[in-house]
Structures are given as structure tokens and as C-alpha cells.
Design a protein around this ligand. Structure first.
Ligand SMILES: Cc1cc2nc3c(=O)[nH]c(=O)nc-3n(C[C@H](O)[C@H](O)[C@H](O)COP(=O)(O)OP(=O)(O)OC[C@H]3O[C@@H](n4cnc5c(N)ncnc54)[C@H](O)[C@@H]3O)c2cc1C
Length: 182
């Protein structure tokens, strides 16, 4: 049985006493037989040491060009950025990279970057031929990546739809890995 204590209800971990196997949160102390402590996620060390991350631990960017807001002429895409409404995924990182590449090209040639089309789809395979997906489209708005449209697989979809989603996920994976690695 798992009891999840969300951060807003006192679950935020403040300290760990390894000797007594005690986890100290805002409101309680938990003693565990085995504790798997996972620190808050943040941008990788290389991004931090390059001065690209702010106090949130993530890299702020201009959402139109993916240029760092902190270090001029450095562009950041993928898991390290603060992505606003956009999910962190390989699909998102790939989509961001296309817009970013265009913006870098424009910066080098003195042109204006085209407004980029940003999208994400996350596929889940619950069983063979039983695919689910969620995703959306995004655009730069008010200095952030803002959601424009969104979708999610519906409860009660028939087998044909689930298989079509599974096939779509397979096709995406094959296409994106071929595109990246040849
Ligand atoms: C279990 C799991 C399942 C996932 N499933 C999906 C999925 O189904 N679909 C999907 O779209 N996304 C999925 N994701 C998310 C996806 O993997 C990430 O969003 C994506 O890999 C982010 O890409 P990135 O290039 O930003 O970072 P990364 O893929 O983490 O690449 C960063 C790279 O930088 C390298 N690096 C770090 N420091 C240095 C350094 N100092 N010098 C040189 N290299 C360095 C690292 O070794 C790493 O290879 C999944 C993630 C996990 C963990």
C-alpha cells in the first residue's frame, strides 16, 4: 500500500537522518525500513555551472528562440528548460530543437525567426496493441510557452482506436530515432 503525502499537505522533505532512517517533512517525521530519497529534479550540472539555470534550478529561455534569458547567444532546449505549459518529453525536446535551429539560423544570417510550431505527444502502451496518448500544441505567449490545444485518450475507446494509437506511437518512435541517429 502506498500513501502519497503531497508537498502542499506537509509532504515536502526537509531533512534526512540516515542513521535513524528518519525522513523529516514540514509537519511530520517518518521512520522507514527502506527509504528511496529522490532529490528535487533540476537542470544538469553542466547547465548550472554555465550560469544557465536560475534559482528554480531550471534554465529560463526566450520561448520564441530558446535563447537563454541569462546568457546571450546560448540556446537551451529539452528537459533543462522551464517549459511553461509544455511537458518535458523527447517529443517536446525534438519539437523545440526545430524551432531553436531555425532561430539560430536566423540569428546567424541576420533574419527574423519564423513563428515556430511546437507540439508534444506522449504515448503509453498499456498492453500489446493498446495505446493511449496525451499531448497538445504550444506557442510563445507573454514570455512563456503557453498551451494552445490539448487532447487525451478517452475512457472507453474501442480496440481499433487503441491499436491505431499503439501503431502511431511505434511509428513516431521509429521516425524520430531514424531522424536523429540515422
Ligand atoms: C523512464 C522514462 C521514460 C520516458 N518516456 C518517454 C516517451 O515515451 N516519450 C517521450 O517523448 N519522452 C519520454 N521520456 C522523456 C525523455 O527521455 C526526455 O524528455 C528527453 O530525453 C529529454 O531530452 P534532453 O536532450 O533534453 O535531455 P537528455 O536526453 O537527458 O540528454 C542530455 C544528455 O546530456 C549528456 N550530458 C550531461 N552532462 C554532460 C556533460 N558535462 N558533457 C557531455 N554530455 C553531458 C547526458 O549524458 C545526456 O545524454 C522518458 C523519460 C524517462 C526517464
Amino acid at each position: 500500500m502506498i500513501e502519497w503525502v503531497p508537498a502542499e499537505f506537509g509532504g515536502r522533505l526537509r531533512a534526512v537522518e540516515a542513521k535513524t532512517r528518519t525522513l523529516i517533512t514540514d509537519e511530520e517525521k517518518f521512520t522507514a525500513d527502506v527509504a528511496n530519497v529522490i532529490p528535487d529534479k533540476q537542470a544538469g550540472r553542466i547547465a548550472q555551472s554555465a550560469g544557465l539555470a536560475d534559482k528554480t534550478g531550471w534554465c529560463p529561455i526566450n520561448p520564441k528562440t530558446f535563447e537563454s534569458s541569462l546568457v546571450p547567444d546560448i540556446h537551451v532546449v529539452g528537459d533543462s528548460i522551464d517549459p511553461g505549459d509544455m511537458s518535458k518529453s523527447a517529443y517536446s525536446a525534438n519539437s523545440q530543437a526545430r524551432v531553436c535551429a531555425d532561430a539560430v539560423g536566423a540569428a546567424l544570417t541576420g533574419g527574423a525567426p519564423k513563428p515556430g510550431k511546437l507540439e508534444n505527444i506522449c504515448y503509453f502502451l498499456a498492453a500489446r496493441d493498446h495505446g493511449l496518448k496525451t499531448g497538445g500544441t504550444y506557442q510563445a505567449k507573454d514570455g512563456k510557452l503557453a498551451g494552445v490545444t490539448g487532447f487525451i485518450s478517452q475512457v472507453g475507446e474501442d480496440d481499433v482506436t487503441r491499436k491505431a494509437t499503439a501503431d502511431e506511437g511505434d511509428a513516431w518512435y521509429k521516425a524520430v530515432t531514424k531522424e536523429m541517429f540515422g
